[in-house]
Design a protein around this ligand. Structure first.
Ligand code: NAD
Length: 496
């Protein structure tokens, strides 16, 4: 086992100490004084305790964000916001090992992967920095009688409530905070109760970079106690949410009181179509990691694998061999491919699907069990699993598992594959493996998903919009249209 050597000294050692949350530029306790523990999913050890924020703390944070929005932050010019974002990017680069370590300890993602995410997250910050001075309205010729000039202004929406899941805390935080800072909004971030530690470290880096008090606030707490009051809060102008579809629906209902603008990045059951002409050497590892990356805990997991019947058996055999070669272990081990699932609750959920598969007639090709012995006993580990002979109506082919489980489904014609791929309420992503240009274009056109990857998977870039069709959500993260979701458009007319 080659253990990652953490940077020294750590600014916030992950040694079981009590943390505070960040409101109005200060580190504070929850008004109730209550706290909860954040655990290491690989070992079960307590990493730190954090405040259990609730509606009173959300009130405090929204008030701080409002005061900052109407006060000093409103006087920041676009150029100054840009410089601030660039300083944050530099600090993230300098402290990346610490951010990576924090994500690995708190939610289990292997250190090799959290470290490799550096350029992506720092790149997001620099992309938003670049956009800060590029946002503008337009002068529009009108057809009104007389001499009337008309133009639009782009204005920040105000206070943004951001609620994120646990599966990629650093990236999810920056997808929300970055555009807010670029556009001149302020933020109240509510991290997942399963992984609250990195967002607190991020708050510290923001303060060090010179983000004024109240511009970025982080309130830790559960979804019911802190998330729900944020979603319903009349002082929040916009809500950006990443999480499950069921919670997204609750958030839309909660947001109705003041009709705050809502953007939703939700769940998926993404199809991957492997055509008979696919380059198997390339497709097998990509199709496998389309699901097994982060132990399947990714919204874009390509968990329905449609394989052309002519190559199905060979493809599934090679997929199983690949799965069996993956190394499970503590995310701190440099050689780990798959870390633990985030929690006991998530492990129980995934185990439920592992039992449902064979019970409904699927054939277990490899994996299928949690690991309970030796170094795995105290953590939440489950084997990478491949099921074959899966029918479209089985539970494992319909529901989001959020675990390392592939369902292989043979197909005969491309039209049939597309129809079956689209037969889901979700529409987040899709993968295609083929060498044929016509097939490539036809499948891109007909797959109903926000992202379609051909001969690759997981490609996400700050300049390219990412988001869902149908019940995978609305709004986009990344790209210039993302920033416009944080802006109001004001039309102005002047009679000369
Ligand atoms: P979740 O919906 O249970 O929780 C997400 C966040 O919402 C957490 O911070 C939680 O505390 C909060 N929350 C829970 N109930 C709430 C309520 N009633 N009101 C307000 N906030 C509430 O999701 P999860 O289990 O943390 O994450 C897994 C889900 O997230 C999966 O469905 C996955 O597909 C999805 N996800 C989507 C994307 C994407 O970009 N589309 C990315 C990552 C994860």
């Amino acid at each position: 086992m080659t253990l990652f050597t953490p940077p020294k000294p750590l600014r916030r050692p992950l040694d079981g100490r009590a943390r505070q949350m960040f409101i109005g530029g200060e580190w504070v306790e929850a008004a109730s004084g209550r706290r909860f523990d954040s655990l290491n999913p690989a070992t079960g050890a307590v990493l730190a305790s954090v405040p259990a924020g609730d509606a009173a703390d959300i009130d405090r944070a929204v008030a701080a964000a409002r005061a900052a929005f109407e006060g000093p932050w409103s006087r920041f010019k676009p150029y100054e916001r840009q410089q601030l974002l660039l300083r944050i990017a530099d600090l993230f680069e300098a402290h990346w090992d610490e951010l990576a370590l924090s994500d690995t300890l708190d939610m289990g993602m292997p250190i090799a992967r959290t470290r490799a995410n550096r350029n992506r997250v720092v790149g997001m910050l620099r992309f938003y920095a670049g956009q800060a001075t590029a946002l503008h309205g337009a002068t529009i010729d009108n057809s009104l009688p007389g001499d009337v000039v008309s133009f639009t202004r782009k204005e920040p929406l105000g206070v943004v409530g951001a609620i994120i899941p646990w599966n990629a805390p650093t990236a999810a935080s920056i997808w929300k905070i970055g555009p807010a800072l670029a556009t001149g909004c302020t933020v109240v971030l509510k991290p997942s109760e399963e992984a609250p530690l990195t967002p607190l470290l991020i708050a510290e880096l923001m303060a060090e970079a010179g983000v004024p008090p109240g511009v970025v606030n982080v309130v830790t707490g559960t979804g019911a106690e802190a998330g729900a009051p944020l979603a319903a809060h009349p002082g929040v102008d916009k809500l950006v949410f990443t999480g499950s579809t069921a919670t997204g629906q609750a958030i839309v209902r909660a947001s109705a009181g003041n009709l705050k603008k809502v953007s939703l990045e939700l769940g998926g059951k993404s199809p991957v179509i492997v055509c008979a002409d696919a380059d198997m050497d390339r497709a097998v590892p990509l199709a496998a990691m389309a699901v097994f990356a982060n132990s399947g805990q990714i919204c874009i997991a390509g968990s329905r694998l449609f394989v052309a019947r002519a190559i199905h058996d060979e493809f599934v055999a090679r997929l199983a061999a690949f799965a069996e070669g993956l190394r499970l272990g503590d995310g701190l081990d440099e050689t780990t491919d798959l870390g633990p699932l985030v929690s006991r609750r998530q492990l129980d959920r995934v185990e439920g699907f592992l039992a449902r598969g064979p019970a409904e007639g699927a054939r277990l090709v490899t994996g299928g069990a949690r690991l309970t012995t030796g170094a795995f006993a105290a953590g939440h580990f489950v084997q990478p699993t491949v099921f074959a002979d899966v029918a479209d109506d089985m539970t494992i082919a319909r529901e989001e598992i959020f675990g390392p489980v592939i369902s292989a489904l043979p197909f005969d014609t491309l039209d049939e594959a597309v129809a079956r791929a689209n037969a889901t309420p979700y529409g987040l992503a899709a993968g295609v493996f083929t060498r044929d240009l016509t097939t490539t274009h036809r499948l891109i056109r007909s797959l109903q998903a926000g992202s379609v990857w051909v001969n690759t998977y997981h490609a996400i870039d700050p300049a390219v919009p990412f988001g869902g069709y149908r019940m995978s959500g609305y709004g986009r993260e990344g790209g210039v249209e993302h920033l416009h979701e944080y802006l109001n458009t004001k039309a102005a007319f002047i009679r000369l």
